[in-house]
Unconditional design. Structure first.
Length: 280
């Protein structure tokens, strides 16, 4: 089953990379004046695509959980407005139910499960060229779609809520956070409601032109519906990133190790994350 998950993840990554490269190539082609006029009204550009392998070490268990993830970042321009979108898609292999999964659901299934999870996507709105200073703040909204292939991996709920994207850049430091609060509003009435806060912090500190120290965890999660002591995942750790120039693209390779210093009673203790990313 693990080899099947790898193949699915690799095929999905290749497909999205090809789509992104095509979009980037199109953006660099010369356009006519009419096309440029149209692009000033509505335009699209890919931002980045990241694929990661995520290994979670479970407490008092011989088997560990693994995740193959895909993160897509895109931008849509509409007149003076720019919309940033990031979508998170995962293929999971869980030897048992993992606290905190599915996202935000108080009572996940109890069986082992392999397959895709619920799709989470965020949208943030700002003015064009309004983020060239040290600070950038963009309000937005978060959405959750019941795309999971197994009840242990999904909430069977549709969800939505507010979100924001904050970035700070100065000299060698680039940091910030994306926050998504999601409440369920429709779905399977036999499943409990979703009430989840996900904060995705990121810190990049440049050592050289090609090397960065990074703190980019899966995220700080708060599951509001759970009992006290079972609500929060808070990871501490970090790692390093190596960047490569590929023509007009930037390739990033990184490895990180985290300990969840706050976690549910039977939650994952350690996480190991390897990431391959392309910036357009």
């Amino acid at each position: 089953m693990l080899s099947v998950l790898k193949k699915i993840s690799i095929m999905a990554l290749i497909a999205m990379l090809l789509a992104g490269i095509h979009a980037a190539a199109w953006a660099q082609e010369p356009h006519t004046e009419d096309e440029e006029a149209n692009s000033s009204a509505i335009g699209f550009r890919p931002g980045s695509v990241n694929s990661w392998f995520f290994l979670s070490f479970l407490r008092d268990e011989g088997d560990d959980a693994s995740t193959y993830g895909l993160e897509l970042e895109n931008y849509v321009s509409m007149g003076s407005l720019e919309i940033k979108n990031i979508s998170y898609f995962e293929v999971n292999q869980y030897p048992r139910a993992v606290p905190g999964q599915p996202h935000g659901n108080p009572e996940p299934g109890t069986e082992a499960a392999d397959g895709i999870n619920d799709l989470i996507s965020g949208f943030w709105f700002s003015k064009k060229s309004g983020h060239h200073g040290k600070h950038h703040f963009a309000p937005g909204l978060a959405t959750m779609f019941p795309t999971a292939s197994d009840k242990t991996l999904g909430s069977e709920k549709w969800g939505m809520g507010p979100s924001f994207d904050y970035e700070f850049e100065s000299d060698k430091l680039f940091m910030g956070a994306i926050a998504l609060q999601i409440w369920s509003y429709a779905g399977n009435p036999d499943r409990k409601d979703v009430n989840m806060l996900m904060v995705k912090p990121f810190v990049y500190y440049s050592i050289t032109e090609k090397w960065d120290l990074i703190y980019v965890p899966y995220g700080v999660s708060v599951y509001w519906n759970k009992p006290a002591g079972e609500k929060v995942y808070f990871p501490l750790g970090g790692g390093a990133q190596r960047s490569f120039k590929l023509s007009s693209l930037k390739l990033n390779l990184s490895g990180q190790f985290f300990k969840n210093v706050v976690r549910p009673t039977k939650g994952t203790v350690y996480d190991l994350r390897f990431l391959v990313g392309l910036e357009f």
